[in-house]
Design a protein around this ligand. Sequence first.
Ligand code: TYC
Length: 107
Amino acid sequence: MGTYTNNQNQHGDVSTETSRPKLKRPPMYKVIILNDDYTPMDFVVMILERFFAMNREKATRIMLQVHTRGAGVCGIFSRDIAETKVAQVENYSRQHNHPLKCTMEVA
Ligand code: TYC
């Protein structure tokens, strides 16, 4: 690792030394659904199947985990994809008059 940089002093001498690369991988984000008292369990399962490509078994397991523990991770995505998932879940839920909330945090 390291890239070479040429540094010149006041005498015109040139030295070559390594500098630390400053590029970091962009962070990934967990998309998290939150429990509430009103959204039907079937609707949450359908959301997980539709927007997170889960099968019925996995969607049911995650839904029940959210129901009992309060929150659960639906998946881990780049920032753009995570933002889109959150918006899709919340828009779709609003359209069906359910208060389901969804959020994201750095993984
Ligand atoms: N607690 C809801 C109920 O009893 C079910 C539910 C599960 C709601 C998961 C939201 O993210 C959720 N109908």
